[in-house]
Design a protein around this ligand. Structure first.
Ligand SMILES: C[S@@+](CC[C@H](N)C(=O)[O-])C[C@H]1O[C@@H](n2cnc3c(N)ncnc32)[C@H](O)[C@@H]1O
Length: 405
């Protein structure tokens, strides 16, 4: 899940059931007391999406019963990745973002979320009559016609002839029909395993939404063909990919088309995996893979190490100022042959004065400190037997190395 995705924390179904009677109808209480819905029930999943759109984005949406239900965690993962990609594009800060959504579905899900969340403008295309009509109603009902231009297109077209080429677009996005309408059923390449249609979306999607001649690879191939004609009008082209096996042939097509750079990402939401591909023909944009923290491939960051030095451990119990403690910690690190690289300027951290040092341990100098201190004591008392050794307070240094700050 993208680190900025608000559904990293799943919605509280109990709270939704209490607030929305239409959701309550689908909520079931388990023996444990936990409230659940049946994700195989299209009506339940549809109601979940509509109440979340209402509660979290102030969007009133009515979804038709026989069309694909847009689940929000995946839709937001795709939009958030586009937000990340736009960081790689130099653009005037006051310039309004304008995107294109190819095949916008039954409620213009990406344009309405992006308009509410980011105030972006969109041109959205749709080939299916029912989806086009429902999307238009959604835009009217939510006063979003000033943000979204909806265009009815034919399914044998992609971008060419459908968009206004006198405008400059920041990106295109697309959730294509994943399956091949010519195959007897949605099968994997090996034909061994049936691939699910729109998993966890309640399975209410129509064939025109989920299947197309040649499947997603052919659909994206048509898109790449159109991109070449429109490369001066669009900065970044993107698409979602439903099957991992489609990524390699699409990347070959991008290379053949002369894309300047491209990158990919994973959209992980529960057990459903999707992929995102972005490419550009602009030689000023260098797209690089971004794996947002928190996605599957990212190792969990270890918790920060914190250590409280008790007052009794200091000789000088009177001076416990930040500067004095900092000096002592630095001395301690230097005595352990740790390279202290930089002392940051004072900064305010939540109102508390704080300081930081960056340090590097080149070898393990902190183990067996007690034995080393005993040896040192014996050595110094032999060298300076006229000087009585000060009784030193014990500082526990037999700890793991302190990580770089
Ligand atoms: C998988 S659905 C995605 C809908 C929506 N974007 C979403 O993410 O929920 C694909 C959509 O593309 C539409 N579509 C198929 N071919 C198209 C084409 N050539 N141009 C525009 N829309 C098309 C379908 O009618 C369908 O609504």
């Amino acid at each position: 899940m993208h680190p900025r995705n608000p559904y990293q924390t799943p919605p509280d179904f109990k709270e939704l059931a209490l607030k929305y009677p239409e959701f309550r109808k689908h909520a079931k209480q388990k023996l444990t007391g936990k409230i659940e819905i049946d994700f195989k029930d299209a009506a339940a999943v549809r109601t979940l999406s509509t109440v979340l759109l209402k509660r979290d984005f102030n969007l009133d949406v009515e979804l038709p019963p026989d069309r694909l239900v847009p689940t929000l965690p995946l839709r937001l993962n795709y939009l958030l990745w586009i937000e990340d990609l736009l960081q790689m594009v130099k653009r005037a800060s006051e310039q309004q973002v304008h995107g294109i959504d190819i095949g916008t579905g039954a409620c213009c899900i990406y344009p309405i979320l992006a308009a509410r969340k980011n105030n972006w403008n969109f041109t959205a295309t749709e080939a299916d009559d029912v989806n086009y009509e429902c999307s238009l109603k959604t835009l009217e009902h939510n006063n979003l016609l000033s943000h979204v231009t909806l265009i009815k297109v034919t399914s044998d077209t992609m971008l060419n002839g459908n968009i206004d080429t006198s405008l400059q677009y920041d990106f295109t996005m697309c959730n294509p029909p994943f399956f091949d309408s010519d195959s007897s059923g949605p099968k994997s390449r090996s034909e061994k395993r049936a691939l699910p249609i729109c998993p966890k979306s309640g399975g209410s999607a129509s064939v025109t939404e989920t299947a197309v001649k040649g499947g997603e690879v052919q659909f994206i191939k048509n898109l790449i063909k159109d991109c070449q004609e429109l490369k001066s009008s669009v900065k970044i082209f993107t698409t979602m990919v439903g099957h991992k096996s489609s990524l390699a042939p699409i990347k070959v097509l991008l290379k053949e088309a002369g894309a300047f750079s491209w990158c990919e990402t994973e959209f992980c939401q529960g057990r459903t995996m999707r992929w995102g591909l972005a490419w550009t023909f602009c030689d000023t944009i260098s797209l690089v893979n971004i794996t947002p923290a928190g996605t599957k491939s990212n190792a969990k960051a270890p918790p920060p190490l914190s250590y409280t030095i008790p007052r009794v451990r200091w000789n000088d119990r009177g001076d416990f100022s930040v500067d004095s403690v900092m000096t002592k910690i630095t001395e301690l690190l230097i005595s352990l042959k740790i390279e202290v690289r930089k002392v940051n300027k004072k900064k305010k951290n939540g109102g508390v004065e704080s300081k930081a040092v960056e340090f590097i341990a080149k070898e393990n100098t902190w183990s067996n400190q007690r034995r080393k201190r005993r040896e040192e004591k014996r050595r110094t008392s032999l060298e300076n037997d006229d000087q009585p050794e000060l009784k030193k307070s014990k500082i526990d240094t037999e700890r793991k190395p302190i990580p770089r700050q």
